[in-house]
Design a protein around this ligand. Structure first.
Ligand SMILES: Cc1ncc(COP(=O)(O)O)c(C=O)c1O
Ligand SMILES: [Zn+2]
Length: 563
């Protein structure tokens, strides 16, 4: 399967790599995944029948080479529900809700995280930084937990505490920044740059866009189930593939615009493959207090002027500077079936939340309700016509985490010096503030195990519950070299390893004055003989039997040793 990255600036096509950030020819950072559409277009529809209804059913069109290794939580495959009561009230019978609340972490961002994290895991990335208005951090946290990836989530202090705690419970390090979301993104990028950690970059992160586009595929497939295949439909395969249905409108609440950008790409791909004959009109709805795209659209501009001080209680949608995402959306909308950018007030949004819950039995978070309020407004204005088929992305619903569950210290705070503005480059004050985010010196821990999964498990346990400098060794010889070279504060040691086993490592460490003092926790699957127990006695801090201890039990010992 070949995947290419086409540069949006110079058109250069390079082979896909999940961690490559820019075009090898012009250094442009805006690129797009391209697949073998001609081949896939002819074969994929027939394959779908035998596949489960999650987003991996479109795996040939996703940037993950080995989806069989993905530890899926059933992402994608959300129901398309007809909103009959809302439809009746509005005189528009064909309103459908794509219910993304039913995603693993209750928001549509799970598509972005599921595909993104799968691609990173495949690339061997073990640490990631993201900036988020809440839901992206929650989704990434869940998927990173499964993949054994350490996540640093930078959130604006405006994100509701419930959402922050939801991020924290997955073991992500939350960094609360007192600043606008646009500034938070800068701070996070600087942190990632300083430490050489991979950073998620929204619409410029290929798997993010690709994950989002699966919404489009599902909508068309589901509408086809509802209404039947399109008749009299001719496509490039000479009638080989059935014509799928397309809604007249795709409606979504928008912050940075990744969702509509990805969904639009999905529809464009289906048209290229001859599965559909047109692109729906896109309605992107913003909160009035932070609606840079709407302002630009009304003035017919291709570039949005950033909103510096968002004035909305809906922090999830408070991206003040949509950057090039708006420009791309706007240009493609004009090439496609058009559409609108519209805004609604917080009051209209809250009212719509009540209506939706009371009339459709659907309780959503404010950021999702914005789209529904937008539909009401567009129908009233005559933009959406009575016979139009409308699909509203019901983007999310988050359950609160009880305050008491997390205990103290789950977030670190950064107060930005007041003179830093969105435009200024980070300078000394900011760097000093960032350095206070973490302890001056992390305790260092060496994990020694020949089994990669075992190392990943221990790494995950440690990273989810604290900040450590971690070293890993996969055999006894490397372990001794590592211990001599780095002199870690703690070694977590497996016993059964080929050639130089754990006992031999232990003897060597204890025999050398440079390493004799390093405490050791043995984690083993071996049933120990009496002699072996005697051998270990007095030499190690504790012994843990693999498959018989929980993460917090190992952490009790680690904390005891490193306090
Ligand atoms: C619930 C919800 N709806 C809508 C959005 C807007 O998404 P985007 O503008 O990235 O497509 C977000 C973004 O975080 C969200 O969490
Ligand atoms: Zn280029």
């Amino acid at each position: 399967m070949d995947i290419f990255l086409a540069c949006l600036d110079c058109g250069h096509q390079a082979p896909y790599s999940p961690t490559s950030n820019s075009c090898p020819r012009c250094n442009g950072t805006w690129r797009e995944a391209r697949y073998e559409y001609e081949k896939i277009g002819k074969t994929l529809q027939a394959l779908l029948q035998g596949r489960g209804f999650d987003l991996w059913r479109y795996r040939e069109l996703l940037p993950v080479r080995n989806p069989h290794l993905v530890s899926s939580m059933g992402e994608g495959g959300t129901p398309l529900i007809q909103a009959s009561n809302l439809g009746m009230m509005l005189g528009c019978p064909n309103i459908f809700i794509k219910d993304e609340r039913q995603a693993p972490t209750s928001s549509f961002k799970d598509r972005q995280a599921a595909v993104g994290v799968a691609a990173l895991k495949e690339a061997g990335v073990t640490e990631v930084v993201i900036a988020s208005t809440g839901n992206v951090a929650i989704s990434y946290s869940a998927y990173c937990a499964r993949a054994g990836i350490k996540l640093w989530a930078f959130l604006t202090s405006l994100v509701p505490a419930e959402k922050m705690r939801e991020v924290a419970i997955y073991g992500t390090q939350v960094i609360k920044v007192t600043a606008s979301y646009d500034q938070v993104k800068q701070v996070a990028a600087e942190f990632a740059r300083q430490r050489g950690i991979y950073m998620e970059r929204g619409a410029r992160t290929i798997p993010s866009v690709e994950g989002m586009k699966t919404v489009a595929y599902e909508i068309s497939e589901q509408l086809t189930t509802t209404f039947g295949a399109q008749r009299n439909y001719s496509n490039n395969g000479g009638g080989k593939s059935p014509g799928w249905q397309v809604p007249d409108w795709y409606v979504q609440s928008v912050s940075g615009g990744l969702g509509p950008l990805g969904v639009q790409k999905g529809f464009m791909e289906m048209r290229e493959m001859g599965w559909i004959d047109r692109i729906p009109a896109m309605a992107s709805i913003q909160a009035e207090g932070c609606a840079p795209m709407v302002h630009a659209f009304r003035e017919g501009k291709e570039v949005a002027e950033p909103v510096r001080n968002p004035r909305t209680h809906i922090a999830t949608l408070a991206t003040g500077d949509p950057g090039r995402t708006y420009t791309l959306l706007y240009q493609r909308m004009r090439e496609g079936a058009g559409g609108v950018f519209e805004s609604v007030t917080d009051e209209e949004t809250y009212r719509t939340m009540h209506i939706l819950a009371k009339m459709e039995g659907i309780s959503v978070e404010p950021a999702a309700a914005v789209a529904f309020a937008g539909v009401i407004k567009l129908v009233r204005a005559g933009k959406i016509k009575p016979n139009d088929t409308v699909v509203i992305n019901c983007t999310g619903h988050t359950m609160p985490i009880e305050t008491t569950i997390l205990g103290e210290g789950w977030a670190r705070s950064v107060a930005l010096p007041s003179h830093i503005t969105s435009q200024s480059t980070p300078e000394e004050g900011l760097l000093a503030a960032l350095n206070r985010v973490t302890d001056d010196r992390f305790s260092s821990v060496a994990i020694v195990d020949d089994n990669e999964d075992a190392r990943r498990l221990i790494r995950r346990i440690l990273q989810a519950q604290g900040n450590y400098k971690l070293f890993e060794a996969s055999n006894g010889k490397d372990a001794i070299e590592l211990a001599l070279c780095e002199v870690p504060d703690l070694i977590i040691l497996d016993l059964m390893m080929p050639e130089f086993d754990g006992f031999a490592v232990l003897d060597a460490l204890k025999a050398d004055p440079k390493t004799a003092h390093i405490p050791i926790i043995v984690v083993t699957a071996k049933e120990l003989t009496k002699e072996e127990k005697t051998h270990l006695h007095g030499q190690i801090f504790s012994l843990m039997q693999k498959g018989e201890f929980m993460s917090d039990e190992l952490m009790d010992d680690v904390n005891e040793l490193l306090k």
